[in-house]
Design a protein around this ligand. Sequence first.
Ligand SMILES: NC(=O)c1ccc[n+]([C@@H]2O[C@H](COP(=O)([O-])OP(=O)(O)OC[C@H]3O[C@@H](n4cnc5c(N)ncnc54)[C@H](OP(=O)(O)O)[C@@H]3O)[C@@H](O)[C@H]2O)c1
Length: 331
Amino acid sequence: MTFPRTMKAIAAERTPTGPRLYLKEILVPHPGPGQILIKLASAGVNRADLLQVEGHHPPPPGAPETPGLEASGTVVAVDQTVGGIRVGDEVCSLLTGGGYAEYAVASALCTLPVPKGMSLTDAGGLPEVYFTVWSNVFDTARLRHGETFLVHGGSSGIGTAAIQLMHARGHRVFTTAGSEDKCAACVKLGATRAINYREEDFVTLVKEGTNGHGVDVILDMVGGDYVMRNLQTLARGGRLVNIAYQKGAKVEVDFRLVQAKLLTLAATGLRGRPDSEKALIRDSLAREVWPLFEAGRLKPVTDRVLPLAAAGAAHQAMRESRHIGKILLVP
Ligand SMILES: NC(=O)c1ccc[n+]([C@@H]2O[C@H](COP(=O)([O-])OP(=O)(O)OC[C@H]3O[C@@H](n4cnc5c(N)ncnc54)[C@H](OP(=O)(O)O)[C@@H]3O)[C@@H](O)[C@H]2O)c1
């Protein structure tokens, strides 16, 4: 398959009123060892992209400056070192950057086929959330059969994936969200109880909902005062894993509570990890999660699809938290 020399991609500049995103003509990247080139159908927008264009989350060494941590599309070139992926395949990939463009290179180790029956566009919003949710909940926090689970921010991209996946695997799921509409959407996705964090206290309600036992695993993206409140909410032997700190990363922890309840605390990041580690997560998704999509037990939750040129508006919608699920950009 042939591809052009240049393409349109989103670039960002910082202005006194905030970042400005605009279309720029740049060279189409060439796949290096272990890589493929994809003609993109869609790219998922993630909160990390907002942080990157604000200058808080720089790309790791070697990653493209163009934002975009995940995308779907059709393979147009494959490096000779890659096996198992062919030109013309429809795929979705976890990227270290470069998704806000017409073409992107991806590591073959971070690439999955589009689940059968799913639109190519919707698939662009799967990799970042499902790699993150699987690796944190199962590899790090080791959620076991029959255990209970709490995810904060249930209407986020991460939250909508976590609720559906844990529900499909038979776990009772508690979640928090910031409005009645968002709570209702979380219940529809499979949450046993969605707590409006602006009006209700999750520590009390989760305790009530578990006969005083607490939950076994919490996936948290809030941090700040939620850290101690999470520790209060966990059952004996519970595990807390943090993936973001929207209310602050520096907190005071009373380790007497951690010790008394035999709790485990963890925090992880995905983007900077080597492809060899991401490949293990990819293999788990292919084995455990993609079949659930193909059986109709998991669905992509696409809030809206916008043209690539509207990346600024997409970021504004996410900044104002007007979405439920994923915002996608199409070139
Ligand atoms: N470490 C990693 O590897 C990794 C990977 C992926 C994502 N993340 C992080 O995970 C988070 C979710 O990512 P996303 O792209 O899915 O973003 P998103 O859709 O914008 O989600 C942010 C969520 O945070 C919720 N939130 C804010 N304050 C809250 C509070 N006090 N209590 C409960 N929920 C609250 C928001 O809920 P309301 O809208 O209801 O207020 C919203 O649902 C982001 O912070 C992102 O940076 C980390």
